[in-house]
Design a binder for this molecule. Structure first.
Ligand code: 5GP
Ligand code: ZN
Length: 117
């Protein structure tokens, strides 16, 4: 299977439990966990369990898990009682991506500015 897991990837290690994280939700396809360096009062990440490098690697073979990630975002925010939030996915170093495993930041609990920096 393409895109299983990358043994050297930080978030694949979180998926496998090799690196501890504060998990807020997990199912067979996705994990949500608190960001280690929160940029808002609520800041968690939603990731697919399979290794996809970034938004730039989404195609017809792996996009179902992306819609699952958004179901998780909706479910977790609803259960947290969070109604106003921002979803961000940095793709590539110039856009600020530091971990090359697809992830969606979910930020809430403070006023947000636009455009982002
Ligand atoms: P990026 O910079 O790629 O958009 O986002 C990566 C995010 O992962 C950052 O917000 C960073 O704080 C977070 N992060 C990096 N290493 C760890 C870790 O070991 N555990 C957790 N929970 N978050 C991490
Ligand atoms: Zn990975």
């Amino acid at each position: 299977m393409r895109n299983a897991q990358d043994p050297n990837c930080l978030f694949c290690k979180i998926v496998k439990g090799e690196i501890p994280s504060k998990i807020v939700y997990e199912d067979e396809k996705c994990v949500a966990f608190h960001d280690i360096d929160p940029q808002a009062p609520t800041h968690f990440l939603v990731i697919p369990k399979v290794h996809i490098g970034s938004c730039g690697e989404i195609d017809g073979s792996n996009s179902l898990v992306v819609s699952r990630c958004f179901e998780v975002i909706s479910k977790v925010t609803r259960e947290m009682g969070v109604t106003d939030f921002r979803v961000v996915s940095n793709c590539g170093a110039q856009a600020g991506q530091s971990v090359p495993h697809l992830h969606f930041h979910v930020l809430a609990g403070r006023d947000m500015t636009w455009p982002p920096g």
